[in-house]
Design a protein around this ligand. Structure first.
Ligand SMILES: Cc1cc2nc3c(=O)[nH]c(=O)nc-3n(C[C@H](O)[C@H](O)[C@H](O)COP(=O)(O)O)c2cc1C
Length: 176
């Protein structure tokens, strides 16, 4: 059986992006899903001086190993001030020191959710532009706006958005 990892670019215990990633992963058929949480991969703030003194922390290796062992990735990014959240950028920077092509060409469903009307479109654009140089293989991307209006009881309540996501999950599934 294929296996995928799903995670949020957030360290919030109540992460809306984690909820969306879990929901999207539930739509993928016949796969083993591992939900990862960045809180389980604590890392020091990246700095070249730290790296020279102590090397690359185990948790960066562990997360990268999970990517490499997977057949596909579902990632939903939190948007902080029009960019990646600090916790995600930190993990991304550490992993990039091990392997510049860290996404390892794994098929990816890339999403962003926000309580606001733009659905994290800015961070989604940043990631789409950057991941392409770093082994990214983005099959579909999905911006999810107004989370609190459109998501209830662990699923998307807005029919149009739900059907859009289902179509995108189906094309992601074909690439696994
Ligand atoms: C420091 C900070 C900056 C934020 N900047 C943005 C932003 O630029 N765009 C946006 O749509 N939401 C922004 N938000 C709101 C987040 O989208 C919201 O907190 C969301 O729940 C984050 O996702 P998460 O729950 O998965 O962590 C910001 C929140 C914080 C705490």
């Amino acid at each position: 059986m294929k296996n995928i990892i799903a995670f949020a670019g957030s360290n919030s215990k109540n992460s809306i992006n984690k909820e969306l990633a879990i929901y999207a992963s539930s739509l993928v058929e016949n796969v083993q899903v591992d939900i990862l949480d960045l809180n389980d991969f604590e890392l020091p703030l990246y700095g070249i001086d730290y790296e020279i003194a102590h090397g690359i922390p185990d948790n960066a290796h562990k997360f990268l190993d999970a990517i490499k062992a997977s057949d596909g990735i579902i990632l939903s990014l939190a948007e902080h001030n029009g960019a990646y959240s600090t916790v995600f950028k930190n993990l991304f920077d550490w992993m990039s020191r091990i392997d510049g092509k860290l996404w390892s060409e794994k098929p990816m469903l890339l999403m962003a959710a926000s309580p606001g009307g733009r659905g994290g479109a800015t961070v989604l654009d940043i990631a789409k532009g950057r991941f392409a140089y770093m082994g990214g293989n983005i099959i579909e991307d999905f911006s999810f706006p107004s989370f609190n209006d459109n998501f209830t009881e662990r699923k998307i309540s807005n029919e149009v958005l739900n059907s859009d996501l289902k179509n995108k999950v189906a094309s992601f599934q074909k690439e696994l």
